[in-house]
Write a protein that binds this ligand. Sequence first.
Ligand code: ADP
Ligand code: MG
Length: 522
Amino acid sequence: MNSMNSNSPMPAVGIDLGTTYSVVSALDEQGIPRSLPNAEGELLTPSAVLFEGEQVIVGREALKAMGGDAIHVADCPKRYLGRRVYPRALAGMEYPPEVLQAWILNKLRLDSAQRLGKFRQVVITVPAYFDEVRRKATQDAGYMAGFDVLDIINEPTAAAVAFGFQQGYLSESGEARKAQNLMVYDLGGGTFDVTVMRIEGSEFKTLATDGDVHLGGRDWDQRMVDFVAEEFLRRYTKDLRDDPNSAARVWRECEEAKRTLSTRGKATVACDHEGDWVRTEITREQFESMTQDLLDRTSLTCQEALRAAGMDWGDLDRVLLVGGSTRMPQVRKMLADLSGREPDHGISPDEAVAHGAAIRTGVLQSQFEGRPPKMKIQSVNSHSLGVVGRDRRTDRRRTAVLIPRNTPLPTSTKRLFRTHTENQRSILVQIIEGENPNPDYCSPVGKCSVPALPKGLKAGSPIQVEFDYAENGRLKVQVTVPGTEIRLAHELRRENSLGQEQLDQFRREISGFPPPVIPLSS
Ligand code: ADP
Ligand code: MG
């Protein structure tokens, strides 16, 4: 039996905090991951938050409210992580996206506690393609929701872990099984992720990852909304997209029609707006042709990931489908054509990620108890990490890459910076992520300032900055003066990130928990 934490002292959950739906899983007594239904009895909780007076409502009710009360609903806050605030004010308040994520996590925590009793520990998944800033925001959301975040793991890795578990790779006898190359193709509601991995015994090694944080089922929906809205416009010379409530109602109709088209040849969409209405029929063929370019974007990204892994379609043993949107027949067909094999149907596209996260909680807990690790996960960084440098010849700002993308994690790198002037007392390092040689087109991680350099340094004195990229994609910075034991204090001021005080305040407001005695590290 695949028992991993049969005598685990404390319950813990794995959460797939999805853009459109979230899922919670925990290990049962036999150590098998099971999804936990929410208070409404459903396994999938819509990732939507409704602000109604003093009340904050998460899930199905919030999603329903979009048809009449769209301006009070935060829908898909995950899409906006990394920004300072959610693009719209909600009930007159501007909220950072991670605070909205925290409300969602808090509901999941409370609902799970009904089944598991009190617990704090969680592993949360993130798209492999998430950058450092978004990972940090996710970790902060867990904190504000009253959780003790054990780890942040990549969604495709979690799906592969669930697959490996199901195939018996994690059992005693699984060590000897033949290695497999997998592609995890995850098309959800708002994001697309593709990862090439290798499973060898209990080792899960990521070879390359790529994706698009702004491509998902929602974009497919929008194509149908536009199609229907154009028809309405022709007939009544009114654009229903101008009214958020009408637009939200039509979107719900279209989303449902899209699901119908996954199993049937045609579907109808009824839309009403200001007392007029039309009924439109859409065939699967029409829908596929109006979304072909979206599908093509995913196949190009798959090719890129394969190339980065040094592979061809023929080198893959399996293609795992993850995410609700992989139910669209066009996705399966495209992947079957490209890989020459039917994609795998063995794992649940909705639950695999949460299951993998739950398995991870068991592995970590047994490791904390001093038992040898049962599973090894090796990830890569999904974006190049660098600093803003200056070109010596042209004096133009340029990106100096320190850790190129797809480097196996953990990794660290050192870089020497030189002081400009005699007795310079501080330096400032701007940290960025991205591939573009022009730093303006990369995304800022933050600024690291070293405020108290030793007195009397000559101009041009070296200061060493070390970047440690942890396994979970989180960054740590250390500053030293080479040749001495001096470790310099520094402050990593993150771009669009909440400070500890704000985090503690939101934690109290959302979860009712005071900050723990030992504050979490940044
Ligand atoms: P995320 O991880 O981004 O939250 P999910 O994996 O839960 O997303 O997938 C949600 C998306 O899957 C939504 O866009 C939804 O419309 C789509 N979806 C779910 N079921 C089907 C189906 N039968 N056919 C087509 N799309 C579907
Ligand atoms: Mg997902």
